[in-house]
Design a protein around this ligand. Structure first.
Ligand SMILES: Cc1cc2nc3c(=O)[nH]c(=O)nc-3n(C[C@H](O)[C@H](O)[C@H](O)COP(=O)(O)OP(=O)(O)OC[C@H]3O[C@@H](n4cnc5c(N)ncnc54)[C@H](O)[C@@H]3O)c2cc1C
Length: 352
């Protein structure tokens, strides 16, 4: 069977790439092996416009957020599920210095920052000493139901093959690729961490980043906002909450560690007033990049082999926007944003 595009991987990147191709009436097949520790399966699904201790706006956030809202609503309508919800992040100040930093940032630029009317109104739920600020709007993506319902729909339509893709079996010709009995005009890797060892793209400056998280159950807890104090608490459904995460650049394995579990449990015991129970604990590796920008576009030598990857800590906001750019590039060769275009590493890629 011949397709316009063969896609390897159905995390958040492969999901949006296929959704855009579907909307553009291009044919595709996804090959995905549903590995349980893929980054998208560990994600809390938060789109937070503000980053770091200096509380700066994240790269391109206005454009990315506007595009993400539209895309998650659209895919949610197509799947008959709610995929995006607006909320706010309650940012507890761990020290007086961080409180001062928030206040001076707020005075300088109020976009996305806010101060509560009454700093004491969360005392029934949390122990805290130095008050809190608010980041708003923040969006919560219902990422696990989104990925699994999209998968079911694609599988039922014969557009998804549940299998492990083996790069050694791929035949690349000038205008066509073939893989077993499948052929396509183009192939796009949306395979997350697997691209680090991919024969065509392994020379790219990836910088894997490990993150761990817990799912807790807390029955008497207030579940509307996202809460942050070093770690974040993100509401899921049915009294469940995602709690995490670490950002480790140096690690020896991708497994959950006892140290994280113990440390997080201690922190929650000091911070939360409601009792909670740990339901699960998991770890994953974010496909991050050295200069913290995604990798989007086609290989300079193997021009029908492409990539949509390097989403790092921000897959939920980057994937919809750059999937759209890549599909526009496929259809009418429109340029990919310079900072994300994989051709910025042309020399490295020519060596692969
Ligand atoms: C703990 C944690 C929390 C996070 N929280 C957030 C958050 O709140 N907000 C946010 O925006 N981002 C968050 N992220 C980052 C986000 O998860 C990633 O940026 C994003 O999931 C990357 O998606 P992806 O589709 O590119 O890759 P992946 O999710 O890794 O998907 C790759 C897919 O390819 C498949 N695959 C790989 N190799 C093969 C092969 N050879 N054959 C077949 N299939 C293959 C895998 O099974 C998988 O389904 C978090 C990450 C972690 C680890």
């Amino acid at each position: 069977m011949h397709y316009d595009v063969l896609i390897i991987g159905q995390g958040i990147s492969g999901t949006f790439l296929s959704h855009c191709l579907l909307k553009s009436n291009l044919s595709f097949l996804i090959i995905d092996d549903a590995r349980p520790n893929a980054a998208s399966r560990a994600s809390s699904g938060v789109i937070n416009p503000i980053t770091g201790r200096r509380l700066v706006k994240t790269w391109m956030i206005e454009e990315l957020m506007a595009y993400a809202i539209k895309s998650y609503r659209q895919i949610g309508e197509d799947l008959g599920i709610e995929c995006i919800q607006e909320t706010k992040m309650i940012d507890f100040f761990p020290t007086p210095q961080i409180r001062d930093a928030f206040l001076s940032r707020y005075e300088a630029d109020k976009t996305f920052l806010n101060l509560p009317e009454n700093e004491n109104n969360l005392r029934g739920y949390f122990n805290y000493d130095f008050g809190y600020g608010e980041i708003r709007p923040v969006y919560l993506i219902n990422i696990q139901p989104l990925i699994s319902s999209f998968r079911k729909k694609m599988f039922a339509a014969g557009k998804l093959l549940e299998a492990n893709f083996k790069a050694t079996k791929l035949k690349v010709e000038e205008h066509k690729i073939s893989y077993n009995d499948i052929s396509a005009d183009k192939l796009v890797f949306c395979d997350g961490m697997e691209s680090f060892t991919n024969p065509w793209f392994k020379n790219l400056p990836f910088a894997p980043n490990k993150g761990e998280a817990l799912i807790i159950e807390a029955k008497d807890f207030y579940a509307e906002d996202v809460f942050k104090k070093g770690i974040s608490i993100v509401p899921l459904k049915n009294n469940l909450f995602w709690v995490g995460s670490t950002y480790e650049w140096k690690f020896t394995n991708d497994q959950p560690s006892k140290t994280f579990c113990k440390k997080t449990e201690t922190l929650l015991n000091q911070w939360l007033k409601a009792p909670f129970k740990i339901i699960s604990h998991f770890a994953s590796v974010r496909p991050a990049t050295l200069e913290r920008r995604p990798f989007v576009g086609f290989h300079p030598v193997y021009k029908n082999i492409g990539i949509l990857n390097g989403m790092g800590t921000k897959g939920c906001s980057l994937a919809p926007y750059f999937a759209h750019q890549l599909v526009q590039n496929i259809i009418n060769r429109s340029p990919i944003q310079r900072e994300a275009d994989v051709l910025r590493f042309e020399k490295m890629l020519r060596r692969s």
